[in-house]
Design a protein around this ligand. Sequence first.
Ligand code: GUN
Ligand code: ZN
Length: 480
Amino acid sequence: MPPIFEITHKACAGRIGRLETRHGIVETPTIMPVVNPNIQTIKPSELRKFGAEIIITNSYIIYRKPELRERARSEGLHSLIGFDGPIMTDSGSFQLSVYGEVEVNNVEIVQFQQEIGSDIGVPLDIPTPPDVQRARAEEELGITYTRAKEALGLKKDMLLAAPVQGSTYPDLRERAAHELSQLDFDVYPLGAVVPLMESYRYSDLVDVIVASKKGLSPAAPVHLFGAGHPMMFSLAVALGCDLFDSASYALYAKDGRYMTVRGTYHVDNLQYLPCSCPVCISHDAGELIKSENREELLARHNLYVTFEEIREVKQAIKEGSLWELVEQRCRAHPQLLNGLKRALHYSDWIEQFQPVSNSTFFYSGPESALRPEVVRYRKKLKNLKLGGRVLIRMRRTGNEDDFDWVLDFKPPFGPYPIELKETHPFNAETTDEPDYESLTAALQNTLELMELNPDSEFTLVLDDLPEHPLMKEIKNYHNA
Ligand code: GUN
Ligand code: ZN
């Protein structure tokens, strides 16, 4: 059987993939707009126009209401919702996490999803919140695992998602992911991350994503449950998330909030509309604020910018500039920047997925000094077997012929053989004046190269550099 998920392009730990469902193929990364079976500000049949390839709804809301339940059973989910593409259904676990209980058990809700023709079903997992006691997280993980396994036994032609829980314990997340990936699930959502996103805890979110990804097969599609703000898509995609769902576009609209990739504005504070979607070119800020349809117009705008960002992310994957996009987007909020900084702790992990690229590395700030490409080069230094007289220079010196090796010095990489000047990543576009972090990385690599080649005689021509404490260490080493 061909795999239901096929990866076609990669960048960082992110990818473009094709997910096959009974109602068609979905290109990932993508976002599934949340459709409420009761209230629909925007008709599901209209969602394709915004870019939606798949939507998500809640089977528990349908199940709970006899009229909807019977209609779903007789005419099927797709007809009930009014969308003929793929539909994922959630199970009621979210209601479980908010209200503490639901009037349905795992077997009933999984069978119901199967019966009404859901494309991707979800068992009744337990969304363990962040920061709970470890014992509770472990106990609830056990229940989630048992229910996921039980659901697998009931599954017929529906794809089945196995939520990865484990609260804010990275080892539990990794273990849960690993255990679930031993079974034959089709999609792996990372659960109970909404509270982290609501409180802007992006560095904890990064820990959760990376720990879970470490336990999963890299070939598995991963869904970040409840992630709907476009400003964080690129970061989550770069860490290997493929599917998102958004109720945010509608919930934000209800509160009068206007989404942009730079953050969220309250519509009452807008004097201009910094967007060119159909809503924003046909209204000015004053009209939007006063409109009777304000909520619907905001929901539409929010959906447009959400899908615009998905396309931006996919384009960045194809051209190999995803990391640049992540660095730009994470400047939208200091907490997102914390998320980026935390992601850089995992550069080593990201580096193993990152394909060797033909694109140009753009240095875009101190975080670039810790990018996976820099980490990869550091690891490769040991393969650079030098001997004899070695020149490390920032500019032509004129006496290059006196040396056995001539290395260019370029922050954040440090010394590299001049023959590689035009190749990735050494053809990087960098600033003329290196920042502190970039120089640190470059000088660390210089020291390491000197230590790796104790028999070589190094000559360093590194004038015009700002002062840096590592410079002294290099000089001492040099003179020893
Ligand atoms: N929606 C948001 N978070 C979750 C989760 O952890 N599990 C399920 N089933 N749905 C969710
Ligand atoms: Zn707009």
